[in-house]
Design a protein around this ligand. Structure first.
Ligand SMILES: [Zn+2]
Length: 347
C-alpha cells in the first residue's frame, strides 16, 4: 500500500464536538463516525498529515440546503475564546499522542515525520486553521510555536485581525475584498522567522498576493482545487497555481464535492474522475513536484467511492490507473509534501 501524507483534516474539531464518551479513546479505538480515526487511518494507508485546529464561529446561522453553495458569512471569533478552544483541541492532540502507546506522534520537523512514517507511526502536524487565537503582538504565536505549532492559516473563511477570509461563494472569483492588514504582514514575517508554514487556503486573492510578495517561504495551499474546473471562491486561479509552483510550494487536492464539481454542488455525488482532472490541471500549471493531497476529512462531504480514510486506496488505485505510474503516485501521495516541509522548516 502506498502511504499517504495528507494536507488537511478536521478530526480534532469532530472529536472536540463529541457529546458523549472520551474523545481520546474514540480516536484511538475508532468510533466509526465521520471520516477519520486511528484504525481507519491505518487501514487506508493514511500515514500522517496536517491536523487542523479550527475554532468554529459563534452563533453561526443555520442555513438551508439550497444555500450550501452561498451560505451566509461566518461570524468573527474573539481572541480569548479562540485561544481557549485552541488550547483545548491542542490538548486533545497531545493526549491522543500520550495514549497511543507510540502509534501516533506529533512531529516538529520533517526528519521526525520521515522517522515516524518509517516506524509505522501516524505523523501529525499541529496546524492552526485561522489565526484568531493569536494576539496582534504575536505573543500567543511564540507559545504555540514552542508547543509544536508548525503550520498556520492566517484566516479561515471569515475576517480576522490579520486578513480577510474568502467567503464560500459559487460561482465566484477568489477576489472578494481587501488584502492583509498591517498585523497580517507582521504575522507573515514572524512566521518566516520561526519557520512556520503559511497556509493560503481560505485566504482571499488580494491576501494571497500580499503573502506571495512578502513571504520568503514556498507558497502552500493545503486544501484547495482548480478554479478553472470548479468556479468556487475557495479554489485557486491558474495564475495562483503557477506562482505556487514557481515558489517551490505545494497544493493539496481537496476531496470536497463542492470544490471539485463543475456545478459546485455539495450534496450531489462525485466520481474519482473529477479528482483526477483537478490533479492533471494542478500538475500542468504548478508542476508534478508541487501537487499532493489535502483531503479535508471530517470537514467536508467527499466522494462516496472513498467514503472515509479507510477508502483512500480507491483513490490511489485510480491515480495509478490514470497512468501516473508508481513514482509519480508516490510523489503525489507523500513525497512532495515531505520535500516542501523540508524546504520550509529546514532539515
Ligand atoms: Zn478548510
Amino acid at each position: 500500500m502506498i502511504p499517504v501524507f495528507d494536507g488537511h483534516n478536521d478530526v480534532l474539531l469532530r472529536l472536540w464536538g463529541k457529546k458523549h464518551g472520551d474523545p481520546v479513546s474514540a480516536f484511538i479505538e475508532g468510533d466509526g463516525e465521520g471520516h477519520l480515526d486511528l484504525p481507519r487511518m491505518i487501514r487506508g494507508g493514511l500515514a500522517g498529515g496536517f491536523f487542523a485546529i479550527f475554532v468554529p464561529s459563534p452563533q453561526d446561522e443555520e442555513f438551508a440546503d439550497e444555500e450550501e453553495m452561498n451560505p451566509p458569512p461566518a461570524n468573527e471569533v474573539g481572541q480569548f475564546a479562540a485561544l481557549a478552544a485552541t488550547v483545548g483541541m491542542a490538548s486533545l492532540l497531545f493526549r491522543i499522542e500520550e495514549a497511543s502507546q507510540g502509534r501516533f506522534k506529533v512531529c516538529r520537523s520533517a526528519a521526525e515525520i520521515r522517522a515516524a512514517m518509517a516506524e509505522g507511526k501516524i505523523a501529525a502536524i499541529f496546524h492552526l486553521e485561522g489565526a484568531e487565537a493569536i494576539d496582534t503582538e504575536l505573543r500567543a504565536l511564540d507559545v504555540l510555536h514552542r508547543a509544536g505549532l508548525r503550520s498556520l492559516g492566517l484566516v479561515w473563511s471569515r475576517d480576522n485581525a490579520f486578513g480577510r477570509g474568502v467567503p464560500f461563494r459559487f460561482p465566484s472569483s477568489p477576489d472578494t475584498g481587501m488584502g492583509l492588514t498591517e498585523a497580517g504582514k507582521q504575522l507573515v514575517r514572524r512566521c518566516n522567522e520561526l519557520k512556520i508554514l503559511l497556509d493560503l487556503s481560505h485566504l482571499n486573492e488580494k491576501g494571497f498576493w500580499d503573502v506571495a510578495r512578502a513571504s520568503t517561504a514556498p507558497l502552500v495551499a493545503t486544501h484547495s482545487n482548480a478554479h478553472a474546473l470548479c468556479a468556487s471562491s475557495r479554489n485557486l486561479t491558474d495564475e495562483q497555481i503557477r506562482i505556487i509552483g514557481k515558489s517551490g510550494g505545494m497544493i493539496g487536492l481537496n476531496f470536497a464535492n463542492g470544490f471539485l464539481r463543475a456545478d459546485g454542488r455539495w450534496q450531489s455525488e462525485n466520481g474519482l474522475d473529477t479528482m483526477l482532472r483537478h490533479l492533471d490541471h494542478l500538475m500542468k500549471l504548478a508542476g508534478e513536484d508541487h501537487v499532493g493531497l489535502g483531503s479535508d476529512f471530517d470537514g467536508a462531504r467527499i466522494p462516496s467511492q472513498i467514503g472515509d480514510a479507510a477508502g483512500l486506496p480507491a483513490l490511489v488505485t485510480a491515480m495509478e490507473g490514470h497512468g501516473y505510474g508508481g513514482e509519480l503516485t508516490k510523489k503525489l501521495c507523500s513525497e512532495n509534501w515531505l520535500r516542501v516541509l523540508e524546504r520550509t522548516w529546514g532539515e
